[in-house]
Ligand binder design. Structure first.
Ligand SMILES: [Zn+2]
Length: 114
């Protein structure tokens, strides 16, 4: 029999809520996403045109209305990256190796993610 003991609850990598605060938590490689964030992602996908005609073809209102969604997407992606790096650090992977994988210096990796 295998027993897995965790000291801290699993958290959504996007919004940070723990497993007790959400209805469902779906796991991926070193990341988790809750039902609420899946719903947000679906709204983003529905709101995004299948074919992008170019920034110059969009109205001021369209550009303005998309800002919040774009920022949320950037923040969510940043949270996934941070979670991956924290897992690597938990595994005692060096800042040197993380920097090399990102194509930046050890110092730059440390400054950006520690
Ligand atoms: Zn979430």
């Amino acid at each position: 029999m295998i027993t897995i003991t965790r000291n801290s609850p699993l958290r959504c990598s996007f919004c940070g809520k723990d497993e007790k605060e959400v209805a469902r938590l779906i796991g991926g490689p070193n990341v988790h996403i809750c039902d609420g964030c899946v719903g947000t992602c679906n709204k983003i996908l529905e709101a995004t045109p299948a074919e992008f005609a170019g920034w110059d073809k969009m109205t001021d209102a369209q550009l303005l209305s998309g800002l919040k969604t774009a920022e949320a997407t950037v923040e969510a992606t940043r949270a996934v990256l941070q979670a991956q790096i924290e897992e690597l650090r938990r595994r005692a992977i060096s800042w040197e190796a993380i920097g090399k994988a990102l194509g930046i210096s050890r110092q730059a990796a440390w400054e950006r993610f520690s």
